[in-house]
Design a protein around this ligand. Sequence first.
Ligand code: TYC
Length: 102
Amino acid sequence: MAKIDKDIEFDFDEKLELEEPKLYRVMLLNDDYTSMDFVIMVLMEVFHQSSEKATAIMYKIHEEGSGLCGVYTYEIAETKIAQVHSLAKEHQFPLRATMEEE
Ligand code: TYC
């Protein structure tokens, strides 16, 4: 293989290693109307949290205004947020989720 080809191959590999996807924190926001049980259900079903962790996260959101549910790539984070909003609408709760870059 010619030297020039080796150099191109090396640069290509190095570029692949450096390009990691950005990650986004998905947060749930507190409100006065969504039931605690519904938030716990969302944390378990959408964010795959255990019952104990889901309960702890729900109380943190309730007390502090928002809380971390999980960290994902952009498209997964967007899908999780859409799932939360769809479930909330279905059950007539105003629950909102947002994402912020890590
Ligand atoms: N504050 C709500 C209540 O008292 C519970 C709640 C917790 C709502 C977390 C939203 O993201 C939330 N029923």
